[in-house]
Design a binder for this molecule. Sequence first.
Ligand SMILES: [Ca+2]
Ligand SMILES: [Ca+2]
Length: 371
Amino acid sequence: MKKQIFFLTTLLLLAGATFFLASSKNQDIRSKAAVSMVDLTLSASPNRITLDSGNYDVSVSVLANANTYKVSAVELVMTYDANVFTPVSITGSTFLSTVLATGSAANGIAKITLGSGTSPKTGSGILAVLKLKHNNTSGSGVIKVDSTTKVAGMDSSDNVLSTSILGTAGSVTVTAVNVEPPVTSTSTPTPIIAKTTNLNLKLKFQGINKKPSAGSTMDVLVKVAANNIDEKITSVFTVGDDGVWSGTAGFNLATGSAYTVYIKGPKHIQKKICINKPTEDYAGTYHCDVGKISLIKGNNSLDFSGITLLAGDLPTQDGVVNSYDTSLVRNNLGKSDSANLTLGDLNLDGIIDSQDYSMIINSLSIRLDEE
Ligand SMILES: [Ca+2]
Ligand SMILES: [Ca+2]
């Protein structure tokens, strides 16, 4: 305890905070857990390194939020995975502008001591920036604010506090992703980023309640959307005896819980889906607004077989059900040749007939892909 008080006193004196002595009678020793103290959280830019990309620089910002406190000085101690990163520099930023002890970074530890000058700092701002270089051989790495970091300052009533007022000591992970080795061929090799997020999907299409006689695979467009994300891929789905179609769509996505998934079959209207296991009372009536689908790295099971994906937008698809689509069925009623079945057999039973026609007439009332 004596040591800590000595440290804080020294820190405050260094910071030019002579008020410390004047008001030391009002020292107020607070319990750390009582209120939100000074939070130091981290953000990394970028937070994802593509191995063999040539871009390995990472900049980690330390954001300070003083909450109700006033900050005089911070002795910042950060740790980083020394096997993953080589340190470049640690520098102060705008929140505390006076450097009391120059930054140093080596062997997994980065330090800098910063002061506020004559008046203590309130509010929030960037305290410091740690620059690192990823070594391009290891995987992901973690950077943390160490709990030995000391924050000196006052409470909202200007009582100088004799213990460190560090609240949250934040951390951030920089993820490393692989690039597949270049393909040796006569054509120009295109590096493919390994898919890290697999959506293992189960789907149900209108009019197909068991394994159909005329077709066991389907090309299905799977789209994933969230803030600043809009990715799509066409995957092959295969049908089981129960008429449920299974397939996998691979993406590179961050773990999150606000994704929206869109599904569009080869003869179908696009459906927007917002939860991991949607259901509905009547076929085709599921609708949703805000995406709340949770996705993690690796495999994600998304069972959408509780809702029916309606047919209606026939090849060549244009996102609309209209007279072009209905005519493909109406003008070919009774046909069973493969060229026509590819276009107008919606329930895959090997003939274009009144069942297909009634489906597409119903879908005329829906008309548009869900966006
Ligand atoms: Ca159409
Ligand atoms: Ca049919």
